[in-house]
Design a protein around this ligand. Structure first.
Ligand SMILES: Nc1ncnc2c1ncn2[C@@H]1O[C@H](COP(=O)(O)OP(=O)(O)OP(=O)(O)O)[C@@H](O)[C@H]1O
Length: 215
């Protein structure tokens, strides 16, 4: 590859020497990796191995102890985060008193709207037709997860950071996550997903990311 090839194609996400210490104990790192358009990377690890902590650092919620995170070749800033990165955490970030539709409209106000899709269509895509106006508080854990997945579909962020996207989902829901990842990668997005390994992205062979680097 010539140098000219690399300048136009900065990775969507890059970690350089990324390390996180808690009480002087390493949780992960140093990590060096890049995530390009069209890629899905699976991070598997045991409970407590540092997956959530890494996603928090990558999404600016925690500062790294060492190293840096680049988005599209430039340092991560809060302003760039809101439009370029969609984070799905353990806590889904839904407002329980609001309906799915109201939650999606709230998310669009912050993260923008992807062309060619409406909030109603996003909810239909995750099989939540009929639940548009029900307070999220009255939805099951799996239905709430589906609302959060609909939010991913709606906002234009190219980079998805998904912490345990399969948790609380039935078989159809697991297949749905894999379909969403496939479509997202196909249209030029990228995703970093965590899993305990019970369920995993099944399309192709996703690259796997080790949390600890042994010299
Ligand atoms: N707020 C916190 N304060 C102190 N220690 C924490 C905190 N959050 C996590 N830890 C510790 O950091 C380590 C990594 O936790 P993390 O949540 O990143 O793991 P994980 O791989 O996502 O786990 P799980 O699969 O159980 O979700 C664990 O040892 C945990 O006890």
């Amino acid at each position: 590859m010539s140098p000219a090839d690399t300048t136009d194609t900065a990775p969507l996400l890059e970690a350089r020497g990324l390390t996180f210490l808690r009480n002087d104990e390493p949780i992960f790192g140093p990590l060096n990796f890049a995530l390009h358009a069209g890629e899905v990377v699976l991070m598997e690890g045991d409970n407590g191995s540092g997956k959530t902590t890494l996603l928090k650092v990558l999404s600016g919620l925690l500062p790294p102890s060492e190293g840096e995170v680049l988005l599209n070749g430039a340092p991560l800033t809060l302003a760039r985060l809101s439009h370029q990165v969609a984070l799905l955490g353990h806590l889904l970030g839904l407002k329980l008193e609001l309906s799915p539709l109201q939650n999606l409209r709230f998310a669009m106000g912050i993260g923008g709207l992807r062309a060619g899709i409406s909030a109603h269509q996003a909810l239909a895509s995750v099989n939540l037709e009929g639940y548009e106006d029900v307070p999220v508080r009255q939805l099951s854990a799996g239905q709430r997860k589906r609302v959060a997945l609909a939010r991913l579909l709606l906002v234009p962020a190219a980079l998805w950071l998904l912490d345990e996207p399969y948790a609380n989902l039935d078989r159809d829901g697991i297949a749905l996550v894999n379909r969403l990842l496939e479509v997202h990668a196909h249209r030029g997005g990228a995703a970093l997903i965590t899993s305990h390994g019970a369920y995993a992205y099944t399309s192709g062979t996703p690259r796997r990311l080790p949390l600890k680097v042994t010299a």
